[in-house]
Design a protein around this ligand. Structure first.
Ligand code: PGA
Length: 234
């Protein structure tokens, strides 16, 4: 099985910048060809133009949205519903520690969003800040979620990369796997860049990576994707 490589652009990039990134990535990553395992999680306004550009460039990248509403269609000013994302993206990022910290998201909120994903056929990418959260946040027995272990302390800040040690990531991945009914691949996120990606991606126990800051640069993300394509998941 291929490693899953996810970009988390957070609140970054205009439409013009996103489209330029795609053109650059296409050239940089062109020699590898198959990027069916690469997912770009981006702000909702970027999804439609990016989807069209990806089609035009005949790339097999997938798109994910950064967040969805807990509510179905209705009078919820400012929210973006899963039903609106269906058709534009295949994935939705849920449970990221920044959503919990700045928007006070709780496990209950995350589960409501997961229900919306199920209803509208979006695949959730669930971020766990601690291995103990696995039982609570990954209740779906269909195994459609992508699970990411991302300790908040490992997330890069202002260009400084400080990943969690490989030994501690491997321990956490094992703990998470023990709690899940199905053999979910578990990804790691936090300060991944082209210099350290191989340390994590070369381990068969780690199913892939979630990349924040380094994914904003097409060259860095192409390098990480190419590293990912040279290894297989256990
Ligand atoms: P980082 O961000 O790669 O910049 O540490 C990862 C994330 O927050 O998903």
């Amino acid at each position: 099985m291929k490693k899953v490589i996810i970009a988390n652009w957070k609140e970054n990039k205009t439409v013009e910048e996103a489209l330029a990134w795609l053109s650059d990535f296409r050239v940089l990553a062109g020699t590898v060809g198959d990027f069916s395992n690469v997912i770009l999680c981006v702000s909702a306004p970027l999804l439609f133009p990016m989807r069209e550009k990806i089609k035009g460039l005949k790339m097999n990248l997938s798109l994910g949205v950064e967040d969805i509403s807990v509510f179905d269609e209705g009078a919820f000013t400012g929210e973006i519903g899963a039903f609106q994302i269906k058709g534009l993206a295949k994935f939705a990022l849920l449970g990221h520690s920044e959503r919990r910290k700045y928007f006070k998201e709780t496990p209950e909120t995350i589960l409501l969003k997961m229900n919306q994903c199920t209803k509208y056929d979006l695949r959730p990418i669930i971020c766990l800040s601690h291995p103990e959260e696995a039982l609570q946040l990954v209740p779906d027995k269909r195994g459609t979620e992508i699970v990411v272990y991302e300790p908040p302390t490992a997330i890069s800040s202002n260009g400084v990369f400080h990943p969690e040690s490989l030994a501690s990531v491997l321990t956490a991945v094992l703990k998470i796997q023990e709690k899940l009914p199905l053999g979910h691949p578990i990804l790691y996120g936090g300060s991944i860049n082209p210099e350290n990606a191989a340390d994590y991606l070369s381990r068969p126990e780690i199913g892939g990576v979630l990349v924040g800051a380094a994914s904003l640069d097409s060259r860095s993300f192409a390098a990480i994707s190419q590293i990912g394509n040279s290894y297989e998941v256990e």
